[in-house]
Design a protein around this ligand. Sequence first.
Ligand code: ADP
Length: 547
Amino acid sequence: MLGQMMDRPLLISMIARHAEQWHANREIVSVTADQPRHRYTFREALTRARKLSNALTRGGIKHGERIATLAWNDFRHFEIYYGVSCAGFVCHTINPRLFEDQIAYIANHAQDRWLFLDPAFVPLIETLQPRLPLIEKFVVLTDDAHMPATRLPNAISYEALLAQESGDFDWPDFDENTASSLCYTSGTTGDPKGVLYSHRSTVLHAMSAALPDSMNLSSTQTILAVVPMFHVNAWGLPYLGAMVGAKLVFPGAKMGDPETLQQLIESEGVTFAAGVPTVWQGLIAHLEKSGKRVDSLKRVLSGGSAVPVALMDQMRDKYGVEVVHAWGMTENSPLGTVCSFSPEVHRLPVAQREAQRGKQGRAVFGVEVKIVDENDTALPHDGKAFGALKIRGPWVASGYYKSGDSAAFDRKGWFGTGDVATFDPFGYMQITDRTKDVIKSGGEWISSIELENLAVAHPAVAQAAVIAIAHPKWQERPLLVIVPKPGQKPAREELLNFFVGKVAKWWIPDDVAFVDKLPLTATGKLSKLQLRQQFQDYKLPESTPGR
Ligand code: ADP
């Protein structure tokens, strides 16, 4: 027997209508190339999104067709999210930091029809344009006054496009499983793979992500989205913000500029921000140097890679900002776990409770998680057993867009994340490695992330990476690669001794290499692949402290 409730589809337009009506006057503040501070309200934003739906429809875009963006976090990108998806088209956000070949591959693979691009990317796209035969129109995200001269065919400024349109557009109802947006994973090997989100997955993800033990968002908050809108929909913040009616602050191209971030936080009264750990490292360094403060900021959600507890301590003890760890990935929309404290963890002795913050936390409602061994048998939650992390849920990808690559999807409906993790008896997950980064020494696993977290707590270390080096007897042994803090020259022995008593003796790296900088991927993460290539001929010393 079926329930007798209304079968209203979960559509992104539901979020938009709610925001237009009930959070109409809440502000959206942005930094753009043409305006240092643009501000308006949700109602104005969504009226312009309706204009965009009209423009796309009049331009002949059909249900399900892809519209690409190459853009920073700002109000126009926000309008595109809604104007495209609510009308039944698919918003394909492209990461401008990808290599040119990858951008061309992605746009062709997705068969994007129009491209909305920031003026800064016009030269890049002019170069690539001969390789983008399917794109019919180029909409530059600015007004006519700031429109750059361009040889792109059918180029128009965004403001000129909207100027011709009416703000009345009745967003239609359709199946909630309709595709809404598309984001490609950067793919360290092989071609990038597309994750095709649906309206239903997006709405459900936003609802769960807003919960108190997740991001804890409400209309009283001001959100600074430092995670790019081209990276997993800015972790859902443009949807969450509209759903709960929080003020939204977008830093535009200044996302990596701590000075702008500090100014935005202070002038707009930002209470919550989200981004990757390097953003917070940069912000702290700026605050220390300038003596500036971020007093309104209470909570920061940090994900994408592990945050060292030392950084969390500094942010909390000196600036009153609580850094909360979260884990997610493109295939998971992205949110999977958040490290908020349960009552049991609150009751732990201080040192133990503090240590929990270094873990990625508990599963959010809607995402099932488990760790398994090589035989796909679930492993215990004892805080020790390492296993491959698998997930399942209504906002987890069930395959890649137009791809035969199904290796990560098992027959029981679980997705293999490629991460290795432990779960403790309190249900807190800790990522110990990527499957391909874990160091296999004498048949046992060593967590590179745990060693890196310890190394960055050393006062002379700015950044650290631990990679496997092939070893004739042990198969692999860890090498610690560090970037010292400016003016510091820590000795090899001092760094290796720093691990003594903190990890098992055989985990201690065999050697230390000093570099000026670490290689990064297109999403700003440490590229272990490149680092391993850089050190492929490295010879470890004969005698080592580890064994
Ligand atoms: P990309 O695929 O471009 O690297 P994703 O955001 O999809 O971008 O990356 C997801 C991966 O990032 C996860 O599988 C995990 O390895 C890592 N990751 C995400 N959050 C954390 C975290 N809090 N701690 C450690 N690793 C994390």
